[in-house]
Design a protein around this ligand. Structure first.
Ligand code: NAI
Length: 243
């Protein structure tokens, strides 16, 4: 089913993990996909894995780069109709040990990056009176997590941002939703100590970690016409961890 035939989709943090799996899903749905990321080393492999995919180096925290890249995509690939704000980082630390740098980086990439991209891309969507935006939140933004005050704040912010912008842009034909993954097997979670991994696993009713594709298929649904009457929602993809 090529439900996104003719669409141009942008996926930030698209060179690996959930972003790359999402780019593949959107390409499979017929979209031309632009992958944005700042990790030069992953560029070639990512482009090779996404049929018709175009990779752009861009730091979502840097407003000049965001503006230039969004303009370049519109000119070289076409008008953007799907935006997936997936770029994210963690810098875990206990509150009293957390540095200003750790706080600022996590808030900047996860929350300001989402704001920068959404503002830049939604201008064109508003003119065309259509579009779908999907933001990556996290179950941590709903329930909190010790050692992740920065990340929990950023992801809770992403949820608030999603709902505010969904209300603002609904009348312009633009839908805005969020996906809140639980524990997904990517580089972001690869370095968790075995003890923390085991204790997390014990809290997952489905009894296994999620794969990037488990999140990507839900993003594909939210990006496309099958979810045409869904906006302002947060869909949790976590094997039943949070109910
Ligand atoms: P990952 O670490 O495997 O991939 C993140 C990608 O974002 C990387 O390619 C990285 O280079 C890119 N990136 C980082 N900073 C960037 C910036 N400033 N500008 C552009 N690109 C940047 O992470 P993963 O696991 O694929 O996560 C994707 C999203 O899903 C993130 O927003 C993350 O917070 C969220 N998430 C992940 C969960 C997990 O268990 N893996 C759980 C809940 C949410």
């Amino acid at each position: 089913m090529a439900e996104l035939q003719g669409a141009v989709a942008v996926v930030t943090g698209g060179f690996r993990g959930i972003g790359l799996a999402t780019a593949k899903q959107l390409a499979d749905a017929g979209a031309q996909v632009a992958l944005l990321d700042l990790d030069e080393s992953g560029r070639r492999a990512a482009e090779a894995e996404v049929p018709g995919g175009r990779a752009f180096l861009c730091d979502v925290c840097n407003l000049d780069q965001v503006t230039q890249t969004v303009d370049a995509i519109a000119a070289e690939v076409g008008p953007i109709s799907v935006l997936v704000n997936n770029a994210g980082v963690t810098r875990d630390n206990l509150l009293l040990r957390m540095t200003d740098e750790e706080w600022d980086l996590v808030l900047n990439v996860n929350l300001r990056g989402t704001f920068n991209m959404t503002r830049a891309v939604s201008r064109g969507m508003i003119k065309r009176r259509s579009g779908s935006i999907v933001n990556l939140a996290s179950v941590v933004g709903v329930m909190g997590n010790a050692g992740q005050a920065n990340y929990a704040s950023a992801k809770a912010g992403v949820i608030g941002f999603t709902k505010a912008v969904a209300k603002e842009l609904a009348a312009r034909g633009i839908r805005v939703n969020a996906v809140a993954p639980g524990f997904i097997d990517t580089q972001m979670t690869a370095n968790l100590p075995k003890r923390a991994r085991d204790s997390l696993m014990a809290q997952i009713p489905l009894g296994k970690l999620g794969q990037p594709e488990d999140v990507a298929t839900v993003i594909r649904f939210l990006a496309g016409p099958a979810s045409g009457y869904v906006t302002g929602q947060v869909i949790v993809v976590d094997g039943g961890m949070v109910m």
